[in-house]
Write a protein that binds this ligand. Structure first.
Ligand code: UD1
Ligand code: CA
Length: 462
């Protein structure tokens, strides 16, 4: 927080967002992998401690409160009668919290800490309100900034009320204001609903404070993109692209190579180490962490997964809540479901699926296997087509394969079952009993050969 400014932050997030055409409150929609409200609260939390943040909630208040993970305060606006009304209902709580109130809208998630700090620095002692403005190529939908001949702000006119001359003004109100708290609440009662929407507009406070003799100051936002609001799904998609772009740039500047970053979808919280190469069309979601010097080839989807250094993920893998150890090789076409843990230098190849299963260091499951509820030791070879039969129709059972074991192609390990250290399971076996260490288990019908059978079959019956 600016040291000289006694500040609290109010975030307005009570509206439904009719233009989204959604049953979900607008601030619960996501851009860049986070809900809109999380973005705004996250930025606010860089300026003041959470106890100085107040979120005004109304539509789906409980869900919005749940989405905000920080221990902030909430104000309920049960009836949404406009952005001015959202502050009126908070009057009692907010009057005494701080000398200045920074007001943000929950649907403007791109705003950065540094732009807000610039606004706070511009808010001089004599001003009743200082607000951010910006110029847009296409100002449609935003409140227009009306200035007098001396360039002083006179009022903000909403789109619906604009005359054609006013509609042509490109300087707009992004909805980011810092108010002198006392001035705001001394005069908020003067807001009227004499507008096309019949709402109490917070934007009218600029004119109200000016008439009451306060200075109304403005500051231009350095980056017009940053202050954009979201009202429709089209704007949401554009905003999402901006977030992805911002995230990819941040990663690239941190030493990650991203080939065709415009095709990748990387969530805000994802971390990637230096010299890792991310191929085209890769989606990295949630709390995924990828180490340094890895290669993630095209068409991978990785969610909430931790990957250590020097790992290669070949094309088209799917991972969720998995862990991959240093130097491992995954894919192409591997599926790591929650609880999959791949050891150092291990290999999981094509069409191999793991669920709640650990594959030890240097072990290999190179083709067509299902390993569920299993603990596989180090240096184990899992042949093509090996299946752990982990479900007996009622319970999930465990399979254990100890270090150095060799499980032959197309074997079924019927759990609960254990293959001991260094043991061999012959190809095509159905293993229903534990295999002791160092032994060979065969669990299949003995082959029969009927010599000359084909010729005999061909002979006509007479
Ligand atoms: C508002 C501004 C407009 C500005 C634009 C910037 C007003 C009157 N207009 O218009 O000048 O250019 O934002 O994006 O303020 N909200 C509540 N309670 C309510 C109404 C709204 O909490 O009763 C919240 C909404 O949830 C939303 C925010 O306030 O997060 C803005 O409301 P919205 O209806 O989107 O305002 P705009 O019409 O976009
Ligand atoms: Ca809006």
């Amino acid at each position: 927080m600016s040291k000289d400014l006694d500040l609290a932050i109010v975030i307005l997030a009570a509206g439904l967002g009719t233009r989204m055409k959604s049953k979900r409150a607008k601030v619960l929609h996501q851009a860049g992998g986070r809900t809109l409200i999380e973005h705004v609260v996250g930025t606010a939390a860089k300026l003041v401690p959470p106890e100085r943040i107040f979120v005004v909630v109304g539509h789906q208040a409980d869900a919005v409160q749940d989405a905000v993970k920080a221990p902030v305060n909430f104000i309920r606006q049960t009836e949404q009668r406009g952005t001015g009304h959202a502050l009126m209902v908070g009057r009692e709580v907010l009057s005494g919290v701080a000398e200045n109130l920074l007001v943000l809208y929950g649907d403007g998630p791109l705003i950065t800490e540094s732009t807000l700090r610039g606004l706070l620095a511009a808010h001089s002692a004599g001003a009743g309100v200082t607000l951010l403005t910006t110029e847009l190529e296409d100002p449609y939908g935003y409140g227009r900034i009306i200035r007098d001949e001396e360039g002083r702000l006179v009022e903000i006119v909403e789109e619906k009320a604009c005359t054609p001359e006013q509609a042509a003004i490109r300087e707009i109100n992004p909805g980011i204001y810092v108010f002198r708290t006392k001035a705001l609440f001394a005069h908020i009662g003067s807001l009227k609903t004499d507008n096309p929407a019949k709402e109490y507009y917070l934007t009218d406070m600029a004119g109200v404070l000016r008439t009451a003799g306060f200075r109304v100051e403005t500051r231009k936002a350095p980056d017009a993109h940053e202050v954009l609001g979201i009202n429709t799904r089209v704007e949401l998609a554009a905003m999402d692209a901006l977030f992805r772009d911002r995230k990819a740039r941040e990663l690239m500047l941190g030493g990650v190579t991203i080939l065709r970053p415009e095709t990748c979808v990387i969530d805000a919280d994802v971390e990637i180490g230096m010299d890792t190469v991310i191929g085209p069309s890769v989606a990295l979601y949630g709390s995924t962490r990828i180490g340094g010097n890895c290669v993630v080839r095209p068409f991978n989807t990785i969610r909430d997964t931790v990957i250590d250094d020097d790992v290669i993920v070949e094309e088209c893998c799917w991972m969720e809540k998995a862990r991959v150890g240093r130097g491992a090789r995954i894919g192409p076409y591997a599926r790591l479901r929650p609880g999959a843990e791949i050891g150092e230098d291990a290999h999981v190849g094509n069409f191999v699926e793991l669920k709640k299963a650990r594959l030890g260091r240097g072990s290999k499951a190179s083709h067509l296997a299902y390993l569920g509820d299993a603990t596989i030791g180090e240096g184990v070879n899992i042949g093509a087509g090996v299946i752990t039969c982990n479900y007996d129709g009622v319970n999930k059972n465990q399979t254990v394969v100890e270090d150095g074991a060799f499980v032959g192609t197309n074997s079924s390990l019927v759990a609960p079952v254990k293959v001991g250290k260094g043991a061999y399971v012959a190809a095509g076996s159905v293993i229903t009993q534990d295999v002791p260490a160092g032994s060979l288990a065969l669990g299949r019908a003995r082959q029969e050969v009927k010599e000359g059978w084909v010729e005999k079959k061909k002979k006509p019956k007479c």
